[in-house]
Design a protein around this ligand. Structure first.
Ligand code: ATP
Length: 371
């Protein structure tokens, strides 16, 4: 519905050199970051990387030791939570069990003394938006997990914050519902135009929902980009490994040419060809990353006409319905993972256990990253 469109036309977050130390731990270590208006921006990383601490500093629940946060042109670094133009949606949803859906959503507006007619109109709009109009009179105990999550969302945006902070918003839902809700949440976010900043440890969730992702490790942001940038152009071994699955070969740059470069890799048991190694000198330690879906398999006897080709033996095959996952033990002893779409029937799958194969890929499929 249109009234939501212009809500946060100005939201914009600038985080500069932010630091938070707990004892010996640099939970957030000189983080600088810009978040655009209307983005669904994810902070992604493993347990303890500092993503929640960063989110809590945006909310104002944690005071930074150094650095600043500017939201919409206002330095909020020393502003208490309730005076910031942000709202936070918690994992637990924190709904009042004795109140109806309607009253839960209206709570903040009532507390602010908003006029009755206005509350009714805005609650109606918000419930419409999350498709809960029909359940307005129920209590949280009479709702499913997904419905409760939507009530929490309606309540979080009813006061039209410029920024909504979400701490693992879907973690309470089971896998199937979580996947459906990912799309829904993204659609609602687009409709309301509020900037969402979301914490998640689930890389698939971040990929599905986000306009951009910041990958965190040890209190630092290691890469920021759109989901496809992060997947296709990881800058480090850490990011390549954290996002999706990947085969990694350590090696050294042997030689660079105009249109390709050669990496010698004991781990691969052969030289590997990459499309370029710009900025690196011969002898530089590097790592070649290749996604499982970029690997091609052929029977050893047939061979493969690709710049990269390693001989191996199929160790096992897993059937996933839409694809098969092959683990292949290379002559070097390394095991690589290759996925292939299932276009025919399972019984027609071309490679069986113990079969001798060639694993190959193009120069472009090789991603060169820092080791
Ligand atoms: P998780 O996904 O497990 O919640 P996270 O990425 O959100 O992890 P944080 O909660 O931000 O990580 O914690 C970052 C680091 O700071 C961790 O090492 C954590 O133990 C530490 N830490 C966080 N809060 C506190 C605190 N109040 N006191 C002491 N140490 C803390």
């Amino acid at each position: 519905s249109e009234p939501w469109r212009d809500l946060s036309a100005e939201a914009h977050i600038k985080i500069d050199q932010l630091v938070k130390v707990f004892g010996e731990t640099r939970a957030v270590d000189e983080v600088s970051l810009g978040i655009h208006r209307g983005e669904l921006f994810s902070l992604l990383g493993g347990s303890g990387c500092g993503k929640t601490t960063l989110l809590r500093m945006l909310a104002g629940f944690v005071t930074p030791d150094a650095g600043s946060i500017v939201i919409d042109g206002q330095d909020v670094s020393r502003v208490p939570p309730y005076e910031r133009p942000v709202n936070m949606m918690f994992q637990s949803y924190a709904l009042f069990p004795h109140m109806t859906v309607e009253d839960n959503v209206a709570f903040g507006l009532r507390r602010d003394g908003v006029e009755k007619g206005e509350i009714k109109r805005r609650v109606g709009e918000a419930l419409e938006l999350v498709q809960l109009g029909a359940l307005a009179r129920r209590k949280p105990g009479q709702l499913s997990g997904g419905q409760r999550q939507r009530v929490a969302l309606a309540r979080s945006i009813i006061k039209r914050p410029k920024v909504l902070l979400l701490d693992e918003p879907l973690s309470a839902l089971d896998k199937k519902l979580r996947e459906a809700t990912q799309y829904e949440l993204r659609l609602i976010q687009e409709q309301v135009g509020i900037t969402f900043v979301m914490v998640t440890h689930d890389q698939e969730e971040a990929m599905t929902m986000s306009t951009r992702i910041a990958v965190m490790n040890h209190g630092k942001i290691v890469q920021v980009g759109t989901p496809s940038e992060i997947y296709e152009y990881p800058q480090s071994r850490f990011v390549a490994d954290f996002i999706g699955s990947v085969n990694l070969f350590e090696g050294r740059l042997r030689e660079s040419f105009a249109d390709h470069a050669v990496i010698e890799s004991a781990e691969a048991g052969a030289d590997l060809v990459v499309s370029h190694a710009a900025g690196h000198l011969p002898g530089a330690a590097l790592c070649v990353a290749v996604r499982p879906e970029k690997l091609r398999l052929a029977k050893a006897a047939d061979g493969l006409d690709l710049p990269n080709g390693l001989a191996g033996r199929v160790r096992d095959v897993a059937y996933l319905g839409d694809s098969c996952v092959y683990h292949v033990t290379l002559e070097s002893g390394k095991v690589v993972t290759a996925t292939a779409p299932n276009l025919g029937r399972w019984r027609d799958q071309p490679f069986g256990r113990d079969e001798e194969v060639i694993v190959g890929w193009t120069a472009q499929a090789s991603i060169l990253v820092e080791p």
